[in-house]
Write a protein that binds this ligand. Structure first.
Ligand code: NDP
Length: 330
């Protein structure tokens, strides 16, 4: 008899959660990244339960009885929000993660994958980043709340495994972009912020100004590619040690290249400029995906421009319902 599998995705309504839902609904059933016939997938939002609260977390587990959990829910934000609300980022994420890990243990969940971020890595570190360097120095001061809360998941995963034999692990994605991103200009990450700014410049005939010099390099992963890698981890990766999910170091793109691709996808015909009085942040912080390729085998990442074009089209078509911050309550 084939056992029924219930996969609970926390943060199921966010950028990555929506991408997972898309992949599960569109990849052929039974394929490497597609839904298996015995699987039920649940994509939970915060409306189903505030995961900062242990009672609400337990209720969610009692309701769905998940055999597997992909834990994406987190308080997420851009640099400004991270700097302003360090304690909130630390505390909310510690509470959410602790509740999920403990509920997964008490409800005998077969497997739990939590989502970290390359922000967890030390500020002063030898590049490229790899999975062994997470705890080898303090994280960057600007987001230490978020980073420490996320690091602690790796510590807890090891403790749950050693004391109780739990099959808990974690993924470390680099910068993510795709449909359903957060485009709120006050706290968006770089790609959604530039997409939104460029869209407004085109619509209103206003200048399009990009903060910084445009020179820094970053690795971006398309949310649909990341979603496939989460499905792969769920089925084929059974190790407590985290794994970086990213395009290769040779696929870094500069902020200028990102901007040019956005301008093309939006169809903005005006002139744009860089505000070089604004800080650039680190020039580059490359992460290696060697472990991923060793474990998974070759993976066909969506070409950056193609993925960006798709994401921009989604934003333009869904402007009224997207998270633009326009209808945000004060
Ligand atoms: P989003 O901000 O798009 O979505 C966050 C999700 O978490 C939403 O579904 C939200 O629910 C849910 N959530 C937030 N707070 C709570 C809560 N208290 N209780 C229950 N649910 C909650 O995030 P992303 O999809 O971008 O991020 C997913 C994961 O990836 C996170 O763990 C993040 O740290 C990590 N990550 C993200 C990166 C990025 O570039 N975006 C880079 C690297 C890692 P609701 O919709 O109801 O508010």
């Amino acid at each position: 008899m084939v056992m029924a599998t219930v996969v609970l995705v926390t943060g199921g309504t966010g950028l990555v959660g929506k991408a997972l839902q898309h992949i599960i609904e569109t990849e052929p059933v039974g394929s490497r990244y597609g839904k298996l016939p015995n699987e039920t997938w649940i994509f939970a939002s915060s409306a189903e339960g505030d995961l900062r609260d242990p009672a609400q977390t337990n209720k969610l587990y009692e309701k769905y009885k998940p055999t597997h959990v992909i834990h994406l829910a987190a308080l997420v934000g851009g640099l400004f929000k991270n700097m302003k609300y360090k304690l909130t980022f630390l505390r909310d994420n510690i509470l959410i993660n602790d509740n999920i890990l403990h509920a997964s243990y008490t409800h005998k969940t077969t497997k739990l994958i939590s989502c970290l971020s390359t922000c967890v890595f030390p500020d002063k570190v030898e590049y490229p980043l790899d999975e062994n360097k997470i705890h080898s120095g303090p994280p960057h001061e600007s987001n230490f709340g978020y980073a420490h809360a996320k690091r602690m998941v790796d510590v807890q995963n090891h403790a749950y495994k050693e004391e109780f034999g739990c099959n808990f692990t974690s993924a470390i994605p680099t910068n993510i972009f795709g449909p359903h991103d957060n485009y709120d200009l006050e706290d968006a990450h770089v790609i959604p912020a530039l997409v939104h700014k460029c869209y407004l410049a085109k619509k209103n005939g206003t200048p399009f100004i990009v903060s910084g010099t445009g020179k820094p390099l970053r690795q971006f992963i398309f949310s649909y590619d990341l979603a496939k890698l989460f499905v792969w981890m769920l089925r084929e990766y059974d190790d407590v040690e985290p794994i970086i999910l990213s395009v290769g170091e040779d696929e870094e793109v500069s902020i200028k290249e990102v901007t040019d691709a956005i301008v093309k996808a939006v169809g903005f015909e005006g002139h744009y400029s860089f505000d070089t009085t604004k800080a650039d942040g680190q020039f580059r912080k490359p992460a290696t995906n060697k472990k991923l390729l060793d474990c998974h085998g070759a993976f066909k990442f969506t070409p950056f421009e193609q993925a960006l074009d798709l994401s921009v089209k989604w934003f333009v078509e869904n402007y009224d319902s997207a998270r633009t911050g326009v209808n945000k309550k004060p």
